[in-house]
Ligand binder design. Structure first.
Ligand SMILES: O=C(O)CCC(=O)C(=O)O
Length: 163
């Protein structure tokens, strides 16, 4: 099921980079099979700040932010930049209409848009398992209703029963 949609515009002159991160760092899900599909709305490349990624994300698994970067047990809404060995990093330029699929553990980043005349717009759609639950602080589940299926978290099952 789709859990989030996000239109991202990195307009010419916006030279702010977005540091290395995993999408599962922003609201950690269990099970964590989530995928993000980024569809380019403009042709993009390194000059316009295309995404970079580091392949083979399963080798690293989830990288948790230090405690001081979280707020009330949840991942902070500000950028959660993680340390990355950039030696395997590759740019992922896209033509308008092409889609890049990122596993929720894939480390990715973008640089600024240094083009004098081109924008870099993209649509991010994030998909997760229907029984996915957000977890925080040592894998405590955030209480909420499942879209489908049953939860292996007793707290969530109790919450749903008491609704
Ligand atoms: O659009 C960008 O520059 C990066 C956004 C991104 O990686 C994300 O939202 O996960």
């Amino acid at each position: 099921m789709k859990v989030a949609s996000q239109l991202t515009f990195k307009m010419r002159g916006n030279t702010k980079p977005f540091g290395w991160h995993q999408d599962n760092g922003y609201g950690e899900l269990d099970p964590c099979n989530a995928e993000t599909a980024l569809t380019a709305l403009d042709d993009n490349d390194q000059q316009t700040g295309c995404l970079w990624d580091i392949p083979k994300p399963h080798r690293r698994g989830q990288i948790r932010p230090p405690k001081e970067q979280t707020v009330e047990g949840t991942a902070a809404q500000n950028e959660l930049v993680v340390e990355a060995d950039e030696s395997d990093a590759i740019p992922m330029p896209l033509k308008a209409g092409q889609t890049l699929i990122l596993h929720c553990w894939t480390l990715h980043k973008s640089e600024g848009n240094y083009s004098p005349d081109r924008e870099r717009r993209g649509l991010f759609l994030r998909y997760a398992d229907a029984d996915a639950v957000e977890v925080y602080d040592n894998r405590k589940p955030r209480l909420g209703r499942l879209v489908e299926g049953s939860s292996r978290f007793a707290e969530v099952a109790t919450f749903e029963r008491d609704l």
